[in-house]
Design a protein around this ligand. Structure first.
Ligand code: HEC
Ligand code: HEC
Length: 233
């Protein structure tokens, strides 16, 4: 590089290097701080706890439809509706669950948080955050289970369109959901109809893409559509 062209004196360069170093250190600190906040709760451990203690009321996917919900005087909220927890910070939820917040906190009466370790409460909160998709009312986790029951045999476990059932299909192959040109955004209704009524009815496509209207509810189709979008990530 031609130094004189840049007009840099060594002194000025030192200053630049020092500034850069400070910048890098600050960035590092900020990143560490973010990581620490993230580390507060471990969603994986939170899931274990949820499956041991919470799902009977809150439901397998957090829809508030667990087997015990029918006996409750107050219905558990639907955590797959992103609006439910959006306005509540982790700290607020922590206070709520640990009974240290308002005396009217939902769980204060049954003191469920008070029997938990602090860390377990943070883990549970981290897991609750995974139950909703920002801005939507769907469950990716329900979608994953539906996909792994009904769709993977043709579309492949990883969405590549090469499931064991795909080999024997004549004509158009099952869609590879990992491809860039597979988009749902802006085609929601079309994709919905393809799953609901089958490709043949929806767009004179392959009869091997069956209809799912008798097996899946509207909500379940929306859930699986949300899951389809995860293959590209
Ligand atoms: C016995 C049934 C039951 C169990 C078990 C249960 N919950 Fe709840 N939960 C409820 C009900 C009912 C509500 C709603 C209370 C209300 O609206 O006043 C609720 C509310 C909540 C809220 C507040 C949501 C909001 O909108 O503010 C959180 C967070 C929560 N539960 C988390 C958990 C976690 C985590 C567990 C497991 C450690 C758990 N719950 C176990 C019944 C239960
Ligand atoms: C028996 C094999 C088979 C099964 C099972 C299957 N599909 Fe398909 N799917 C296909 C085939 C073949 C196509 C291509 C149809 C065409 O384009 O003519 C397809 C196409 C699609 C498309 C169209 C994509 C686009 O870009 O228009 C979607 C969405 C889709 N499948 C979703 C699903 C979902 C969700 C399930 C499970 C509920 C499922 N499929 C189960 C074979 C299958």
């Amino acid at each position: 590089m031609n130094e004189s062209k840049c007009g840099e004196t060594p002194k000025r360069r030192m200053k630049l290097v020092r500034l850069l170093a400070i910048f890098v250190i600050l960035m590092g600190l900020e990143e560490a701080a973010i990581a620490q906040v993230k580390r507060k709760g471990d969603p994986r451990r939170g899931e274990e706890l949820y499956r041991a203690l919470c799902w009977t009321c809150h439901g397998r996917y957090g829809r508030g439809d667990g087997p015990a919900a029918q006996y409750l005087a107050t219905s558990p909220p639907d955590f797959t509706d992103s609006a439910v927890l959006r306005g509540k910070s982790d700290q607020t939820l922590f206070s709520l669950l640990s009974g240290r917040g308002q005396p009217s906190a939902p769980h204060a009466p049954m003191a469920i948080g008070e029997i938990l370790k602090e860390q377990s409460i943070w883990d549970a909160i981290a897991y609750l955050r995974t139950l909703a998709v920002p801005g939507k009312h769907v469950s990716i986790q329900a979608g994953r289970d539906i996909y792994n029951t009904f769709c993977w045999s043709c579309h492949g476990k990883n969405g590549d369109g090469q499931g064991p059932g795909a080999k024997n299909l004549v004509g158009v192959k099952p869609r590879d959901f990992r491809r860039k040109d597979f988009v749902i955004e802006g085609r929601e209704e079309e994709i919905y109809q393809t799953i609901f009524a089958g490709a043949a009815k929806a767009y004179h496509g392959s009869p091997y893409m069956p209809e799912w209207k008798s097996a899946l509810s509207r909500q379940q189709i929306l859930d699986v559509m949300e899951y389809l979008q995860t293959f590209k990530k």
